[in-house]
Design a protein. Sequence first.
Length: 294
Amino acid sequence: MATTASHAQVGPQGGGASFFVGSSQRGEGGSPLSIRGFPNERVEVFFYYNSPEDGIPGPEQNDHLQGFSMVFCYDCRLSCVEESFRIPPEAITSVVSADFVEFQCDNDPADGDGCEMLLAMLVETMPPFRGDTLPPTTQPLMVGSVQFEVDSRVRCGDELPIEFCDGVNVRGRVPLQNIYSAANQSLSAQTVDSQVFINAATLFQRGDCNSDNRVNISDPISVVMATILVEEFDFVPACEDACDGNDDGVLDIGDAVYLLQWLFRGGLIPPAPGPFIFGRDPTEDALDCAMPCE
């Protein structure tokens, strides 16, 4: 099933740090893509910064980050799983380790400031002070990630924003800001928001070409009607992925043969999600499916 993803724009070139939030996948210029999610499942959200070189040599410059605080407000149909926060091995912070790391979630929408999240890091807080910093970078570098649980009541096509915001306190009392520290001063960061897009990918049974919630002799017949006899019967399946019995990404007579072999001659069972339960298509292809995703 074909999918698409929007992407954020990379921040300013030639000075000033930017914060990003998004998926682990990258788009144009290395910017993170939007997150794709499903109802009642978890998604992993990643945090990034960039800080293009300012042309002045040395680590004590505004393009070398000593630390930062990222503050987020997110749709309360997302529930942040605080204990899932991690520093992935591909993150720059797994190479340049931070002495201080603080991560907090507030999933309570009734406390007056919605649902918020904080990620704060300082590279050096204790001796020996070697002047370590997060390096200048044009492309966003990952610094951490966390998982969110998606509410079961969201609908296909919903967009659940995860936005940078200033002035919220998360679980503390002090209003927090999106800032970074460089050359021993605090500077405001530019920010690029994202969202969890609830995929319109659908649930189906592999082989159920006529969409009657069971796989039997009528389904290979439906495949024949949808392929070599399409002009005679004018049959358009509601879910082409369900008709793709062998999951090769092509709807043809081979799918009818595959289903007949499984039904009557001990052939291989249709691939995931299989003929007995509803599930998503694990294979990227151009076939369409108009059935609901819930």
